[in-house]
Design a protein around this ligand. Structure first.
Ligand code: FEO
Length: 403
């Protein structure tokens, strides 16, 4: 038994949430589960825009049936073929024998790969940039959005209603709880952080591709943004579009310092803490310390996206780098993190080299600029070394406060 959430005249949300899921992509921790959005448009023809993850297909199919009433489904538009949106494709083809899949050529290939099945060519309407699907009273104009977040992705725009169906773009981690619109659910405290974490860790590698899409979308005509995850936006669109613009240019949102430290016995932590307190005394207001052995990298990287400066602090380990720091920096390389000022605190007891190894990994990223001299602790911090740590704090604070 389901109820319907109307997005606009003739457009119904048929998404659903999975609160049991612990990790998105079996990797990124979820605090409150995950929402998978899909939409039914009814004009003279009917169209379902995307499907959902396998875990929530029965609920989704009930919602689709309710939205269609006694009408058949004419089109399934696949904006994104990734399994979290494509799990119900084969069931829909069986359930609606006249159904056509509207998708890019690449999406057609990926659907067949993921479902390990050839789908008859006459079940597809292959579309490309600039094509329009006429639904009779409603229509969808397609925009190619390659690598936002996979190569086959398309977005579509319904001009009569001003709705952008944005695929993964503008999505967020987190389940929906009755309210679907961002303006109904305390968006900033509840979802902005999870929207940033989703962007940084899922889409963030593809900043240039996000910029390319932002430049060609009819931004001035968009009244509603319907993503495949998280809330739907119908107010303050400039705010979320502005966030995507800043994130995809790898610019920080705020001046501040993320201190990501790994520490075996507390000595590296102590140096990182003294640095944070020294920064605070110098008037720095946004300081975020993360113990990278405890905090999942997705949260750390999300904060690195938000703030202007980064400190990495870790010990030497087996003549190499402390493993959680290796993991974090490799994740950052993979995600294309770039354009930050970075200071280093290292530790080592007989052959310290963590500072050199961290610098080498930072150099594999773009524009991760060295700020100050690396501060190297030998086992534990000595009082005589404090002036050098204060000097690093002074250099860092001056850079943060510089506009
Ligand atoms: Fe939500 Fe790229 O899938």
């Amino acid at each position: 038994m389901q109820t319907q959430t109307q997005i606009a005249d003739g457009v119904v949300w048929v998404g659903t949430s999975d609160r049991r899921l612990e990790r998105f992509e079996n990797m990124h921790p979820l605090v409150s589960g995950m929402a998978y959005n899909a939409y039914v448009i009814t004009g003279e023809k009917t169209a379902l825009l995307d499907t959902v993850d396998a875990a929530v297909v029965p609920d989704f199919l009930d919602r689709v049936a309710l939205a269609l009433g006694d009408r058949a489904l004419d089109y399934l538009v696949v904006h994104h073929a990734e399994p979290d949106h494509g799990a119900a494709v084969m069931q829909l083809l069986l359930r609606y024998p006249a159904l056509k899949i509207v998708a890019s050529q690449k999406a057609k290939q990926l659907l067949e790969q993921f479902h390990a099945s050839e789908i008859a060519d006459d079940r597809f309407v292959v579309v490309a940039e600039g094509d329009t699907l006429d639904l009779g009273g409603r229509s969808l104009r397609f925009f190619a959005a390659p690598m936002v977040h996979w190569p086959e992705v398309m977005m579509s725009f319904e001009p009569a209603l001003g709705i952008l169906f944005s695929a993964d773009a503008f999505g967020a981690f987190g389940a929906l709880s009755g309210n679907v619109f961002a303006d109904e659910l305390d968006f900033e405290p509840r979802f902005l952080g999870e929207m940033r974490r989703y962007y940084a860790n899922i889409v963030g590698k593809y900043g240039p591709q996000v910029q390319a899409v932002l430049k060609k979308l009819p931004l001035g005509d968009i009244k509603t943004i319907c993503p495949l995850h998280g809330p739907v936006f119908r107010k303050d669109l400039d705010f979320v579009i502005g966030k995507y613009d800043v994130w995809s240019r790898y610019e920080p949102e705020q001046r501040g310092v993320v201190i990501a430290y790994g520490s075996m016995y507390g000595n590296t932590k102590q140096a990182a803490t003294l640095l944070a307190e020294s920064l605070a005394r110098r008037g720095i207001r946004n300081i975020h310390m993360h113990d990278i052995s405890k905090t999942h990298a997705s949260y750390v990287i999300s904060n690195i996206y938000k703030y202007s400066h980064l400190v990495v602090a870790a010990p030497t380990y087996n003549n190499s780098l402390y493993v959680p720091m290796q993991t974090l920096l490799h994740d950052m390389i993979t995600l294309g993190v770039q354009n930050r000022d970075v200071s280093i605190i290292a530790n080592g007891s007989w052959a310290p080299r963590a500072h050199t190894l961290m610098r080498e990994l930072l150099d594999e990223m773009k524009d991760m600029r060295a700020l100050g001299e690396p501060f190297v602790v030998t086992s534990a911090l000595k009082p005589a070394e404090l002036p050098q740590l204060e000097q690093l704090a002074e250099t860092l604070a001056a850079s943060v406060l510089k506009q």
